[in-house]
Design a protein around this ligand. Structure first.
Ligand code: CTP
Length: 409
């Protein structure tokens, strides 16, 4: 037996749920359970019914010193709602192997066994390690399901090419344990990278009233800001999300402050600024508001075919943040442009002085999309990222913030 990778030691003291589903590769999860336990993690194995056809629960139990869980309603701690208790307790969930069926069920939010409910109830990072016959892996249904999991921020350790249990050769073989261990070490490292840090994220559009029923707003969906709040929370930060009107639910564990106008956003940000260690200004703040919004609903018949709205400039919140921040508070601005976003971001860096600007090109109808192509611009230069799911862009931004802030507070 080979030794565990040094990075696995980061899992010491953590409660790791090891989900095992029904593929012949289940036997490899036995070795992973052993290595994680030796590294000092508490390993709770959750098997699907079909996994238990491949490997006996007793094998895992003997190596992890804990009974294996298979049943939704027969669990460890009777006080907590059994089927979600483990998900809520988990510091990390690793699914080795993940069959096409399990991936499909996770992608569509099924809650029909203990592994599914555990993942649904969890805030912890989830690592999915698929293993299946090559045609099943290549099938568009599986690939679409994997893409959904990625977009939601789960990590996929892609299967490798090689000889499969079926005798076929192709991609589908469970990734080498070393790659899975590296993914665990990375996830655990990131899960602590902002531990205890107070982070404020603004997201979504603002809405400036014209009258009691009408507003001037913009096309921001809020998805980027929500993904950043979620990634920062997953990195251990204490996150407040200041959000304009969106159709999104606040990520679990994130405090939310609802605003409508730029002026409300300004107040909310400045109230939190004295304690904030990082401020991420992802909201699409209106530059102008209606100078004199009407207290009563405007009538069409009074307008006689034409309306003129006088707009007045809103205060720039980012500038106010830069003026009032404590030294060391890391500030991120966003620059959405239809022209040359990197040139504009560089100009904004010079003029407003945030530590980092996220530049993105919004000329190609990207509003509401789940992916983004952005460039991180700072005084150290520009880092152009490929097109990525917003969850991944958010994760990389959180890494940059964590690097800038240094070790946990
Ligand atoms: N922003 C802000 N307060 C405003 C307007 C914008 O804090 N009143 C912030 C946004 O949250 C974002 C950044 O400033 O982080 C970029 O906004 P943008 O309007 O693109 O920048 P401007 O410098 O105002 O550029 P433009 O002249 O193109 O509007």
């Amino acid at each position: 037996m080979t030794a565990a990778r040094p990075g696995l030691e980061r899992s010491r003291g953590l409660f790791v749920v090891l989900g095992v589903s029904g593929s012949i590769a289940a036997y490899k999860a036995v070795e992973l359970a052993r290595r994680l336990t030796q590294a000092g993690a508490t390993v709770q194995v959750v098997m699907t019914r079909s996994a238990a056809e491949f490997v006996r629960p007793l094998t895992f139990q003997a190596l992890t010193y804990r009974p294996v869980e298979l049943e939704m309603f027969g669990q460890l701690d009777d006080r907590a709602a059994g089927h979600v208790a483990m998900g809520q307790q988990a510091d990390l969930i690793v699914i080795v192997p993940a069959t096409a069926h399990v991936i499909a069920r996770l992608a569509h939010g099924f809650a029909d066994d203990l592994l599914a409910t555990t993942v649904l109830a969890a805030h912890a990072p989830v690592i999915v390690c698929p293993a299946m016959e090559t045609h099943m892996w290549a099938n568009p249904a599986t690939q679409a399901n994997v893409a959904i999991l990625r977009e939601r921020g789960m990590r996929i350790v892609a299967p490798e090419a090689g000889e499969l249990a079926s005798g076929l050769v192709g991609q589908g073989r469970l990734a080498a344990l070393e790659r899975i261990e590296d993914a665990i070490a990375e996830a655990v490292g990131e899960a602590r990278s902002l531990a205890g840090r107070r982070v404020v994220v603004t997201a979504g559009p603002t809405a400036e009233p014209i009258d009691p029923v009408r507003v001037i707003s913009n096309r921001s969906s809020g998805k980027m800001g929500y993904a950043i709040a979620s990634a920062a929370q997953a990195a251990g930060a204490d996150v407040t999300l200041i959000s304009g009107p969106t159709a999104l639910a606040a990520p679990a564990g994130v405090r939310q402050v609802q605003i409508e106008t730029a002026s409300e956003l300004r107040e909310a940000v400045l109230a939190l600024l004295p304690d904030a260690e990082a401020v991420v200004m992802a909201a699409a703040v209106a530059d102008y508001r209606v100078a004199e919004p009407s207290d009563v609903k405007l009538k069409k018949r009074d307008a006689r075919g034409e309306v003129t709205l006088r707009l007045t400039e809103n205060a720039d919140v980012l500038k106010a943040v830069m003026a009032k921040r404590r030294p060391g508070t890391f500030v991120v601005g966003f620059k959405a442009e239809t022209g040359d976003p990197v040139a504009e971001a560089t100009r904004m860096l010079r003029e407003k002085g945030p530590d980092l600007v996220v530049a993105n090109d919004v000329s190609a109808g990207v509003f509401g999309a789940d992916t983004d192509t952005v460039t991180f611009v700072s005084v150290d230069g520009a880092e152009a990222l490929p097109r990525l799911p917003k969850a991944e862009v958010a994760r990389r931004l959180v890494q940059r913030i964590a690097q800038a802030l240094g070790g946990a507070s």
